[in-house]
Design a protein. Structure first.
Length: 431
């Protein structure tokens, strides 16, 4: 045991509790025939919780963690503390980038050895823990070698470096029984078209993803490969802009049945969408994989990665997840940072506990909305005309036969209310 969280005991579920506890997240509560824990599948993000020093563009480190530093002993201490927090939160999953868990070596081989040693250490820790790996990923955006991209870099040697990095991370994800592997194109974009061959860079990205998918099949990795869209930041323009853009990209490279999405609420907002829009679109395309449940501050235009704190928003997101049939390999990852003034160990626990409670409330509201059924009934009523034989026939016919219906059948369609306020009032009964 480390003494980082002092004598903090695992959090209890206590709906009336006033201390640090879960008031809504009850893992064993059954909703729609499934345990709450199995619906939500929470994951802690290693990077923000244990590797991020609290910097912002105007100031550097604010957190003073005993494991900060680039040695293997400190990397093991970080893992010890992480698993202590997983136990306090009773959280079923965690996620990492290679750079979060191991010190960077002076060569690729040294970084690889550090990484493999820590993966073995994590594997040992997982033997006495319930916490599984939701996904692994590679950090191909922080080190200066990736400043002009990873797979999309103008330098083919960086493409090779990226291949070596993803191969290593995918092998390790498989070794730890990870359920997904995520690719977020951190610097796969551009700053200025004046120095960028956009066509070539997109081809490189497509070929790289094909290689990753081929390798997944070669090693028999059973998890899902997920791409995480984001429109800008750190690049001015990112190639994986949003779900629609990535779907077009997957179709172009013949990967639409191989790759799904990890959708982050904050990224959806940056792209000018709502989270539920991105979820509904991915679901309709059959590519909804997993979610990063963290949002931005609506007054600042950047990715502030805050823990969820708004039940109605979260409810509408889980409504889409439940309608899509729920998560299979995916889950709810908190890709979320503490605020940089939240220095104390207890802040880390409180942030996750609060987020888990908010999500539990959102999930319960979403399940009640589905159970009530009025929203879906009203949606079906709105499209009921399309069930008529004439409408079904029209869709399989041609433009001329559709056009002929107007005069042949003397059609005189009348506008009908979209009933938005009534629908919003229904939602308001549950959130
Ligand atoms: C960055 C982001 C990443 C990915 C994993 O905005 O969301 O943390 O989730 O690389
Ligand atoms: Co993310």
């Amino acid at each position: 045991m480390t003494d980082f969280f002092k004598d903090q005991q695992p959090l209890r579920f206590d709906p009336q509790g006033t201390d640090l506890c879960f008031r809504h997240y009850n893992p064993d509560e059954i909703l729609m025939g499934k345990r709450m824990e199995d619906h939500l599948r929470f994951a802690v993000a290693y990077w923000h919780s244990f590797a991020w020093p609290g910097g912002d563009p105007f100031g550097s480190q604010t957190f003073d963690r005993p494991w900060f530093g680039e040695t293997m002993d400190l990397a093991r201490l970080k893992a010890d503390v992480a698993f202590e927090m997983f136990e306090i939160l009773n959280v079923p999953f965690f996620c990492w980038h290679d750079a979060d868990i191991r010190p960077e070596g002076s060569t690729f081989a040294e970084s690889r050895r550090n990484f493999e040693e820590i993966i073995d250490y994590l594997q040992g820790k997982m033997e006495s823990s319930k916490t599984r790996l939701l996904w692994g990923t590679a950090n191909m955006f922080s080190h200066r070698r990736f400043m002009s991209g990873a797979a999309t870099n103008p330098d083919p040697e960086i493409f090779a470096w990226s291949a070596a990095t993803v191969k290593l991370c995918l092998d390790a994800t498989q070794k730890l029984g990870g359920q997904n592997y995520v690719l977020w194109g951190g610097r796969e974009g551009y700053e200025t078209l004046l120095n960028t061959d956009l066509k070539r860079e997109r081809q490189q990205a497509g070929r790289f993803l094909q290689m990753v998918v081929d390798y997944k099949h070669k090693i028999g990795f059973e998890g899902a490969i997920l791409v995480e869209p984001k429109p800008q930041e750190p690049s001015k323009h990112q190639y994986d802009y949003d779900v629609a853009t990535v779907y077009g990209f997957l179709k172009e490279f013949g990967l639409e049945n191989e790759v799904k999405m990890n959708i982050e609420q904050g990224h959806a907002i940056l792209a000018g969408h709502s989270f539920e829009h991105e979820l509904a679109l991915a679901s309709s395309l059959g590519i909804l994989g997993s979610i990063d449940m963290n949002r931005n501050d609506y007054q600042s235009g950047w990715d502030t990665d805050q823990f969820p704190n708004n039940v109605p928003e979260v409810a509408l997101a889980y409504y889409e997840v439940l309608k899509a049939g729920g998560f299979t390999t995916g889950g709810t990852n908190f890709d979320a940072k503490l605020r940089r003034q939240s220095l104390d160990p207890v802040d880390l626990i409180a942030a996750h506990a609060g987020a888990m409670d908010i999500c539990a409330r959102g999930l319960k509201a979403a399940a009640s909305m589905l159970d009530d059924g009025s929203l879906e009934t009203m949606r079906e009523e709105r499209y009921a005309g399309w069930n008529s034989p004439a409408a079904v026939k029209m869709l399989s016919g041609d433009l001329e036969s559709a056009a002929a219906r107007i005069e042949d059948e003397s059609l005189d369609p009348q506008p009908r209310s979209g009933r938005q306020e009534i629908l919003e009032n229904i939602v308001n009964r549950f959130v």
